[in-house]
Design a protein around this ligand. Sequence first.
Ligand SMILES: Nc1ncnc2c1ncn2[C@@H]1O[C@H](COP(=O)(O)OP(=O)(O)OP(=O)(O)O)[C@@H](O)[C@H]1O
Ligand SMILES: [Mg+2]
Length: 226
Amino acid sequence: MKSALHCESIRHTYGKGDLSVPVLLGVDLEIHAGDRAILTGPSGSGKTTLLCIAGCLLTPSGGCLKIAGEPVTNPGVNELNRLRREKIGFVFQHAQLLPFLSVRENLEIVGRNAGLSLAECRARIHHLLERLEMADHAGKQAAVLSGGQRQRVAVARALLNRPSVVLADEPTAALGWEIGQVVVELLTRHATEEGAGLLVVSHDMRLLPMFNRKFEMDKGTVKEVS
Ligand SMILES: Nc1ncnc2c1ncn2[C@@H]1O[C@H](COP(=O)(O)OP(=O)(O)OP(=O)(O)O)[C@@H](O)[C@H]1O
Ligand SMILES: [Mg+2]
């Protein structure tokens, strides 16, 4: 089976000396192409830390990381930027859109940056916004959207470049149950249809049936649960 995300003995400690906080003590995790995985665990257990490492936003203290089979070892800034642009889709807990730009402009920046032609980029944006029931809002400034609308745009942004790995940190935390389901459904459908590996951090146990693999943070490591 094709690997989307491979973590081997990933360790991470924040700070140094007396002030150091060891968070990840050796995480092993394999997400295959097409997997829909959920990661749960207590507050402060290191879920966001792990997701940031997997998303190449944070360099781990140790261990081996591969994205879509490609090792991420001592990469330079350009290499990390390329991986993030081409292989990784990241949904933050709060959408983090550029508030003064329209929905369409927020998405075009990312699509064009990932190397899509303008025509391709617009077609893909239209398709994703339709699916998220956001097509009517494409011309609106991000600042005037509701929390749920913003998060749907953030999901469209993460899926725009057809990433091999999609990482989402509590993507439904700011949303009501119904729209939260729509958002997770779009993420899982992307994984199934495009053969991406999906890893969602969530506390919402109602979402469990939408995933085929379940993981828990446990004392600095990750274990798979049935
Ligand atoms: N930049 C940082 N510097 C120092 N310590 C940090 C930093 N970021 C996180 N931590 C600490 O690392 C631990 C893990 O944090 P992390 O945010 O990964 O947990 P989490 O499982 O995502 O928690 P939550 O469910 O509350 O979001 C916590 O003890 C936190 O205080
Ligand atoms: Mg967190």
